[in-house]
Design a protein around this ligand. Structure first.
Ligand SMILES: Nc1ncnc2c1ncn2[C@@H]1O[C@H](COP(=O)(O)OP(=O)(O)OP(=O)(O)O)[C@@H](O)[C@H]1O
Ligand SMILES: CC(C)(CO)[C@@H](O)C(=O)NCCC(=O)O
Ligand SMILES: [K+]
Length: 237
């Protein structure tokens, strides 16, 4: 079956199209442009996960794909595949839930799932599929923007380059960029140290940068793999 998966985040929409012959195509865009996209093959099934309301996008995709569309805005209740720890499971971000389900496709045992997106989330998921809780902090871009908008003189000077380095900054932008990078790295490292038996998996827009710095591999498809596992076991959807 050809399947189109869309991951609607707070910054952008990422998609993966798997064709009938199993080839995979990837892309990302603004929510506003997704409905204008031409697909190499008409998907037989379309699954969207969204951490935003996006009513316009929902309506547009319904017009295009009709019955083929499935829109996921919150996690499903507890199941053998995933047991919630939130008293209100619907409040858990659907992307965090999917990243843990996707992690399970790749690995058995205890997992430490890191999604370095607009927000940086870190979740602990036990080998017997119990969500053990997690952390939410601003991601790299959001943390930088908090400083640029919340102070007068910490500014993104156009003549300064973000070196994506942890060395002490020698201009404003580098002090901010290196500082927030170190902050995110230190948070993830503290959890790697505290939970050495949990296998780390890192995804998200800044995941490659963090994974490289921490000597870990990058898993770009965790959320898509989680969606795929839902499609495969469609009885639980
Ligand atoms: N085109 C881009 N737009 C926004 N952020 C980008 C882009 N390319 C890379 N990034 C980086 O990725 C991070 C955002 O990650 P990602 O694109 O995974 O977010 P998202 O899925 O929209 O967010 P979330 O799901 O956390 O709401 C930013 O901190 C930024 O540094
Ligand atoms: C934390 C984000 C923004 C990360 O994308 C998303 O998972 C979300 O909106 N979560 C809802 C709150 C929660 O997960 O408790
Ligand atoms: K995300």
């Amino acid at each position: 079956m050809s399947v189109l998966l869309l991951d609607v985040g707070n910054s952008r929409v990422k998609w993966r199209l798997t064709t009938l012959s199993g080839e995979r195509y990837y892309g990302d865009s603004d929510a506003a442009d997704i409905a204008l996209q031409t697909w190499v093959e008409q998907p037989q099934r379309v699954m969207v996960s969204s951490v935003r309301e996006q009513a316009d996008l929902h309506t547009q995709l319904e017009l295009i794909f009709g019955q083929r569309l499935q829109w996921l805005k919150e996690p499903l209740p507890s199941s053998p595949q995933f047991q919630h720890c939130y008293p209100e499971p619907r409040r858990l971000g659907v992307d965090r839930w999917l990243a843990m389900l996707g992690g399970r496709v790749q690995q058995s045992g205890d997992l430490l799932v890191v999604d370095a997106g607009t927000a940086l989330t870190i979740d602990l998921f036990s080998g017997d599929n119990q969500h053990q809780g997690g952390y939410i902090v601003p991601g790299l871009r959001m943390a930088q923007n908090a400083l640029f908008t919340g102070t007068d003189r910490v500014r993104p000077y156009q003549d300064e380059q973000n070196e994506q380095d942890t060395a002490p900054g020698k201009n404003t932008l580098n002090c901010v960029a290196a500082g927030v990078l170190r902050q995110n790295l230190a948070l993830v490292q503290s959890l790697l140290d505290e939970y050495p038996e949990h296998q780390p998996l890192i995804t998200g827009g800044d995941g490659q940068l963090l994974a490289g710095r921490l000597g870990l591999s990058y898993s770009p498809d965790l959320i898509f793999d989680g969606m795929d596992s839902l499609c495969a076991g469609s009885s639980i959807v």
